[in-house]
Design a protein around this ligand. Structure first.
Ligand code: DOR
Ligand code: ZN
Length: 480
């Protein structure tokens, strides 16, 4: 124990770890956790904070949000999005690149970095796109600071063109030696486009036509194909928004073969089903679609057995008028989720489906490990950033769109009864939300996490057969 006083000691809470929970005090110094233990073992501190009756969780890391900034700030911006995150107990977000301009080169990335640095209330990572014609930008993007790459195997909001399988293989060849992970929107575009065209031609405009255009086979085929290319190249991949029982088979197979593949699902795939289209109409339209309720059980099982590694939200805010057209094909896809994930998932803890430790593994530990941020983030122990979600598990309440802090106050969670409330949220030792109020002066407190990312050593494969290797060995004088 040093003689330097701590900045703050938190007493009386129950700390939740990946495999256990225990009552303890936490001492903080310079934004990091300095000590965890019995109250009398804490160093002297300038201030103390009473967390009696609360569980203290490592802040959630939501690896999949769309904060729309720049380009669509009427839907959300970095300030409103990160405020919503803080109200949801989320202390780090990874922002998606389908903004305007698309984050596909260093200039666009630098622009987003400046925006995020000025506005963020919580810490953040930024994704960059891997596209058909932008593979040569990989080095400059890695240099300028990204958490990882995003590759759209299927069309969604922003209509970023889908790379061919050939471009995907080359992209994986180029990214593999960087060690960065490629996150995949794993829905096969040609299948969906063809089906949607036929549904439109047949006159289907109802909400369920959206589900009919994207049956689970589009994800099954995409996950299997992506895993084959990852296995060949040694690229690390992550399957975004797993929505169906059927795609768990290629995911499990790939894990069994030793492919470095991880996956996420979100509350809407676990808790909503095809019967909800009748109630919500276009509000529920999202890619991949909310599917038949029979998928929910296998998705829960896959989380519990580790096939699915983590929970993320695909927070996809749109304005109300963009979500409420009668013709489903003109409704923007997605809805906000960064703020409601934690109470929705805690409700299932209260219902006895799993433990708080399970939840912490899915919401904090796994994302931190998969993106090389552990143990600086994702855990409450000395040396870690003091990123904390203080949760009142006794608090039963109702989610209301009108009370969301996102600019997009329209979601299929409106009116839902939940149990468990994030009451205070701390980012690197500073309360961003305290007693459900955003604290003054926290705009701009958020920092990029890129500098603390430490991915394991890259493990590229078949490097003698890459396009780069093949085109480097032109034999002088050989016949054409
Ligand atoms: O529904 C969706 N909306 N799915 C995505 O993959 C993208 C997102 C968006 O950006 O709106
Ligand atoms: Zn998304």
């Amino acid at each position: 124990m040093t003689d330097t006083p701590a900045d703050l000691v938190i007493h009386g809470g129950i700390i939740v770890a990946a495999d256990t929970m225990f009552p303890a005090s936490i001492a903080l110094r310079d934004g990091r956790i300095a000590a965890v233990g019995e109250a009398q073992a804490m160093p002297a501190a300038r201030e103390s904070f009473d967390a009696a009756g609360l569980h203290i969780l490592p802040g959630a890391i939501d690896v999949h949000v769309h904060f729309r900034d720049p380009g669509y700030t009427h839907k959300e911006d970095f300030e409103s999005g990160t405020a919503a995150a803080a109200f949801g107990g989320v202390t780090t977000v990874f922002d998606m690149p389908n903004t305007i301009p698309t984050v596909a080169d260093a200039a666009a990335l630098r622009g987003k970095h400046a925006i995020a640095a000025a506005k963020a209330h919580v810490d953040y990572g930024l994704y960059a796109v891997l596209g058909e014609d932008t593979i040569d930008k990989v080095p400059e993007l890695v240099e300028a600071g990204i958490i990882g790459f995003k590759l759209y195997m299927g069309n969604t909001f922003g209509r970023i063109a889908t790379p061919s399988t050939g471009a995907m293989l080359e992209a994986f060849e180029v990214v593999a030696p960087t060690g960065k992970r490629v996150s995949l929107h794993a829905e096969t575009n040609s299948v969906m486009e063809r089906r949607q065209a036929k549904l439109v031609a047949a006159g289907r405009t109802d909400a369920l036509a959206h589900l009919a255009s994207r049956p689970a086979v589009v994800a099954v085929e995409a996950v299997a194909r992506a895993a084959i290319l990852a296995e060949w190249t040694g690229a690390r991949i992550h399957i975004l928004h797993i929505s169906s029982a059927a795609e768990l088979a290629p995911l499990r197979d790939a894990k069994a073969r030793g492919v470095d593949i991880t996956g996420e699902t979100g509350p809407h795939y676990l808790m909503l089903g095809a019967e909800d289209y009748a109630r919500w109409g276009g509000i529920i339209r999202v890619n991949p679609p909310v599917r038949e309720a029979a998928n929910q059980g296998p998705l829960w099982d896959a989380l519990l057995d580790g096939t699915i590694d983590m929970i993320a939200t695909d927070h996809a805010p749109h304005a109300p008028e963009e979500k409420t057209h009668a013709d489903i094909w003109s409704v923007d896809c997605g809805f906000p989720g960064v703020e409601t994930q934690m109470p929705l998932m805690l409700t299932e803890v209260a219902n006895g489906r799993y433990s708080l430790s399970d939840y912490v593994r899915w919401s904090a530990v796994a994302p931190a490990k998969v993106w090389g941020l552990y143990p600086r983030k994702g855990v409450i122990q000395p040396g870690a950033d003091a990123d904390l979600a203080f949760v009142d598990m006794a608090r039963a309440w109702t989610l209301r769109d009108a009370e969301l802090h996102s600019r997009s106050r329209i979601s299929p969670w409106d009116g839902r009864a939940v149990q468990g409330m994030p009451v205070h949220t701390m980012v690197r030792g500073r309360f961003v939300v305290k007693d459900r109020a955003l604290q003054p002066g926290t705009r701009g407190h958020g920092r990029p996490v890129h500098d603390i990312q430490q991915m394991p050593a890259p493990a590229p494969r078949n490097t003698d057969q890459t396009i780069a290797a093949a085109t480097a060995t032109v034999v002088p004088g050989a016949a054409a």
